[in-house]
Design a protein around this ligand. Structure first.
Ligand code: HEM
Ligand code: MG
Length: 234
C-alpha cells in the first residue's frame, strides 16, 4: 500500500533525522527524500505521527531551508549541514568532527539502547540520563565539541520526539522495542503493535513533556564555542 515500509534505494536522499527518514521510508514524505517544502513536511509529520503543525515544527522546517541554496525546498541529506540543525552528541549518529554525522551508528546508539535497565520502556528520566551520558562520552573524544544552550534545546526536543512519537506524549513513556526499531530500521513498528498517537501531539502536551525532560537534566554549557549560533547557508 501507499504507506508500506520500503528500504531507500541508493539514489534516495536520507539524512541525520530518523523521524523524517522514517516518514520517507513509508511514503509520507517523497520516497526519494527530495523537494521537501514546509507544507509537505508538516503534513507528513501530521499524517504519520498525529503531530500537529506547531510553531516548533514550523521553525524546524524553516531552519531546514537554510541548509541548502534551493529557495523553498530541501533534501533529507541537506539537513546534515553542521551547525544549522545538526549538532554534536546525537543519540544515534557520530559527531561531525569524528567522521559520519549522517548515518545510524550502533556504537553511538548503545548508550540509548542500554538505558533504563531492568524494564522494557524508556522514559523522561532515562532520556535525560542518556543525553548527559552522550555528552560525557563526546567530551572525551571530540575536542571541537559544540555544547551551547542551542544544542541543548534542540537535543531536548529530539528526546521529546522519540518518547512521544514512539510512545506516549502525556506520560513520556515509550516501549524500548518501538524506539529501537525506529532508530535502527527507520521503520514504524506497526507489525510489533505500534499505533499512531491517539492523542494529537500538540503545543501543550509536547511543551509539558519537554519541561519534564529539562527539569530532570543537570546540563551545563562546555567547550570553546560559548555563544549559540546558527549556520545560515551551506
Ligand atoms: C534529529 C531535522 C522533525 C525525530 C534531527 C536532525 C535534524 C533533524 C537535522 C539531526 C540532529 C542531530 O542529531 O545532530 C528535522 C526537521 C524536522 C524534524 C527539519 C521537521 C521540521 C522530526 C520529527 C521527529 C524527529 C517529527 C519525530 C520522531 C528526530 C530525532 C532526532 C532527530 C529522534 C535525534 C537523532 C539523534 O540524536 O541521533 N532532526 N527533524 N524529527 N530528529 Fe528530526
Ligand atoms: Mg548530530
Amino acid at each position: 500500500s501507499a504507506h508500506q515500509w520500503q528500504a531507500p534505494s541508493p539514489t534516495d536522499s536520507r539524512g541525520p533525522c530518523p523521524g523524517l527518514n522514517t516518514l520517507a521510508n513509508h511514503g509520507f514524505l517523497p520516497r526519494n527524500g527530495s523537494n521537501i517544502t514546509i507544507p509537505v513536511v508538516l503534513k507528513a509529520i501530521n499524517d504519520g505521527f498525529n503531530f500537529q503543525p506547531i510553531n516548533l515544527l514550523r521553525i524546524g522546517a524553516k531552519l531546514g531551508l537554510l541548509t541548502t541554496d534551493a529557495e523553498d525546498s530541501f533534501t533529507l541529506n541537506n539537513l546534515a549541514l553542521h551547525g544549522t540543525l545538526e549538532h554534536d552528541a546525537s543519540l544515534s549518529r557520530n559527531d561531525y568532527a569524528l567522521g559520519d554525522n549522517v548515518h545510524f551508528n550502533e556504537t553511538v546508539f548503545t548508550t540509548l539502547a542500554n538505558s533504563n535497565p531492568g524494564v522494557d520502556y524508556y522514559n523522561i528520566t532515562s532520556a535525560a540520563q542518556v543525553m548527559e551520558q552522550r555528552l560525557a562520552e563526546d567530551k572525551i573524544v571530540n575536542p571541537t565539541l559544540i555544547n551551547t544552550a542551542k544544542e541543548f534545546a534542540v537535543r531536548i526536543v529530539e528526546s521529546g520526539f522519540y518518547l512521544s512519537v514512539m510512545g506516549n506524549v502525556t506520560t513520556g513513556v515509550a516501549p524500548k522495542n518501538f524506539v529501537q526499531i525506529f532508530f535502527r530500521e527507520e521503520r514504524l513498528p506497526l507489525a510489533e503493535g505500534w499505533e499512531r498517537s491517539e492523542v494529537p501531539i500538540g503545543e501543550d502536551n509536547f511543551d509539558t513533556l519537554l519541561s519534564g525532560i529539562t527539569n530532570v537534566s543537570t546540563w551545563a554549557p562546555s567547550g570553546e564555542v560559548v555563544c549559540p549560533w546558527i549556520r545560515l547557508q551551506p
